[in-house]
Every structure is written in structure tokens, then in C-alpha cells.
Write a protein that binds this ligand. Sequence first.
Ligand code: COA
Length: 261
Amino acid sequence: MAYATLLYELDADGIAVVTINRPDKLNALNATVFAELAEVVHHVAGDDAVRGVIITGAGAKAFVAGADIAELATVGVRDGEELSRRGSVVFLAIEHLRKPVIAAVNGFALGGGCELAMACHLRLATPNAKFGQPEVKLGLIPGYGGTVRLPRLIGRGRALELLLCGNPINADEAFRLGLVNRIVPSEQLLDEARTLLRTIGQQGPSAVHTVLETVAATLDMDMEAALNHESMQFGRQCGTDDKQEGTAAFLAKRPAVFPGR
Ligand code: COA
């Protein structure tokens, strides 16, 4: 598949690597990147050959250094709101994918880059990665979920410090705060992401989809509604062939061969 601002590769294990490819602008997210990301997300959602996705940035310096400030400079009230909504829809589609998505953060993940990483299900980072929401330095606020996902991910107080001061944090600090799952040497970043996706790929496929769906759905519910939703999903999962096979295989002391439904 050919894109102007993305590279797309699907390997034999069903792992799709999406690379934001504007290295001369530190992979800043402009309208074309968002439109192409929307396309690629739609594609991977519908392609049964894709079992997991890695999102990364081209070059050694940046994952994504933010929304394209040249575009932001000219927007007003109406088109600003529209721009934010359009981006949020794309990131929500990533978050709601029923296939695991890993952000392989290979450098700056600022503004929209940090927001893109947070919309992914898991985050791996290289030691030189830098995370932050510097929008206040531009007289702006995050527009692609930064004020929403960051407090949910690392807690309100810590999120507000990043959102209000705008200063970036390094990979160690991001790990300490729970913003990244693991720090990985740059030369191993994609391999480690692939290994993680292969590990997930060995589990019951319909259970993996249901975990992703259930976490996405229940995060914003109150405890009682969330537990109720989980029970409903648990019941549905009990009706799957994957559950039949997984439990039967355990009891027979043999490896499971999941039918994937
Ligand atoms: N939007 C548009 N262009 C961007 C960009 C962004 N978010 N981030 C970097 N670029 C461009 C620079 O303008 C520069 O382009 P040029 O070579 O045509 O002048 C190029 O990418 C390289 O960036 P540069 O600033 O020269 O690299 P650096 O190593 O000195 O600094 C950063 C790196 C990430 C610290 C710096 O680019 C930066 O602060 N970027 C903006 C981060 C930000 O505020 N993001 C949130 C936006 S809402």
C-alpha cells in the first residue's frame, strides 16, 4: 500500500508496521498524516491477515514531534475544533482496534506524538525517547486526547504537572510514571515489539479481542457498571470455541490449538 506520509509493511507473522514518515519535520502530524492514519487503521481492522500493529516514527530522532505547528498557526475557533475532532476520531479508532497496537517510541513523542502513543495499547521506548505535552508553551492545549488520556494513564496530579509546565520527561521518568511499559535499546525496539505481539498472538485470539474491547469499554464506567460489563463479556467468552479448546487443552495437559472464534 502506498502512502505519501506513511510506510506500511506486513510480515509473515501478521504484524503490520506503520511508520510515520516525515523525518525532515520530525514526523509531525499534518492533515495528510491523519487522513492516511485513518485509512491504515481502517485497513488493518478489516484485514484478517493482520494480527497486531506497531506504530513508529522514521529516523533515529523522533517518534512524532507533535501536531504540525505550521498548520496550527493558521487555524481559528471553528477549524481548530474541527481539526481536534478529526484527529481524536483517528486516535480513538486506534484505541478501539480489536488487535493489539504497540507504539515503538524511538525519540521525541511530544504533543500529538505523546497522544498517539497513549492511544496505542502498549508503549515501548528507546532510552533517548522524550515524552511531553508542550502545547501550553504555544499558548495551546492538547487537542488529541492529552488532557483526557494522560490523567487516566498516570494520575491527575502527575498529568497536570506535565500539562501545565509543558516540559518533556525522559524515558526513565516516563517508565517510572507508567507512561511506557518498557525501555528497550534502539536497535532492539522493533524486535521487542514483535516479540510482545507474538506472545499476545499465542493466546486465545477471541479472548485477546475481548480483553481489548472490555478495557476500552469499562475504563470510563463506574465500578458497578464496569463489573457488570465484564461479567457479560465473560459469559460471552464462555460460549467461544477458543474457551472450549483452551480449557480442554489445559486439562488434557497438551498445548492449545485455538480455532480463533
Ligand atoms: N510541527 C512542525 N514542524 C516541526 C515540529 C512540529 N511539531 N517539530 C519539529 N518540526 C520541524 C522543525 O520546524 C524543523 O523544520 P525545518 O528544518 O524546516 O526548520 C525540523 O522539524 C527539525 O526540527 P528542529 O526544531 O530543528 O530540531 P531540534 O533537534 O532542534 O529540536 C524539538 C527538536 C522536538 C525539541 C523541536 O523540534 C520542537 O520543540 N518541536 C515542537 C514540539 C512541540 O511543541 N510539539 C507540540 C506541537 S502542538
